[in-house]
Design a protein around this ligand. Sequence first.
Ligand SMILES: Nc1ncnc2c1ncn2[C@@H]1O[C@H](COP(=O)(O)OP(=O)(O)O)[C@@H](O)[C@H]1O
Ligand SMILES: [Mg+2]
Length: 334
Amino acid sequence: MIKVKNVSKTFKVYKKDSGFKGAVKGLFKREKDYIDAVKDISFEIKKGEIIGYIGANGAGKSTTIKMMTGVLTPTSGMIEVNGLIPHDNRIENAKRIGVVFGQRTQLWWDLPLEETFSILKEIYNVEDEAFKERYDYLVELLEIEPFIKQPVRTLSLGQRMRADLAASMLHSPEILYLDEPTIGLDVMVKERIRKAIKELNEKFQVTVILTTHDMSDIQELASRIMIIEKGEIIYDGSKEMINRQFGNNRRLDLKIEDLDDEHIKLLQDFVSEQDKNAYVCIEDGALAVTFDQDVLSIAVIISFAMANFKVFDFSLKDQNIEDIVKKLYAGGVS
Ligand SMILES: Nc1ncnc2c1ncn2[C@@H]1O[C@H](COP(=O)(O)OP(=O)(O)O)[C@@H](O)[C@H]1O
Ligand SMILES: [Mg+2]
């Protein structure tokens, strides 16, 4: 259904010299810089899959999605979606996909939601009966009725995101691209959105490509995970594999006086002896240890740190996607 083969995307940007001299120089000669946002990625996606596409900020997720939707043209390589080349067949492709970018809405700001939906019906040329059925279904699924007469600008973020998701599915597309659909939402709304995505997938075999920073989105939805780091896909496989490796992992952040590389090394050596997958790095000025709590106890790490460093604060959290990516990138999957 989706084929991506050896695709790269390089952006050209103009260098900015700082200060007055730079500004004057910029008038005459602009130096170019190149950013390799996506580097030689290849994958195939089958109908009905839900792909969790994860990676740190700036890794290349949105660029990949924009190329698959036809908004951006790859610098090299081949993309085929349902037999179409997205950037050459933008309109035809658009009829068969739904897209939600969590960071910005595609709804008309000043129009009541209801009218936005009618306009989309016309744009996508959906027949009356099919539209009515779909509309009723989506309004109920995403609980949109209470605010359907309100202009989009008056909606809360959670309401707007539900509306965006409904809007993207009105023309019954086979593929749904979701770029950070749960960003900034509270737990209740996240849950409702996840339920809707799951149902659309189960009921209509909608193929879903989802980027997110929320590991719970992945846990609840994804059937397969792809991880991108610095433009390269470093993992493509099952969620179970990631769970086995990182399932019980937690992260302990230690705030230490005069933190330096020696601290990392000392602590890394200590934790590695007991948990070979444990990983130490510096994060926001703290010494961050990611470890499997079934293998290595928090108390053991803390007492070692207290004995060897000047610890003035610590906090414990579940590890997040960034940690997983970092660790995979540093050590590979063992
Ligand atoms: N239009 C653009 N022009 C120049 N650079 C860009 C553009 N879009 C993205 N980039 C750069 O490409 C890289 C990947 O960005 P993006 O795909 O948005 O990452 P992600 O969605 O994973 O956070 C980043 O370094 C980003 O700054
Ligand atoms: Mg992005």
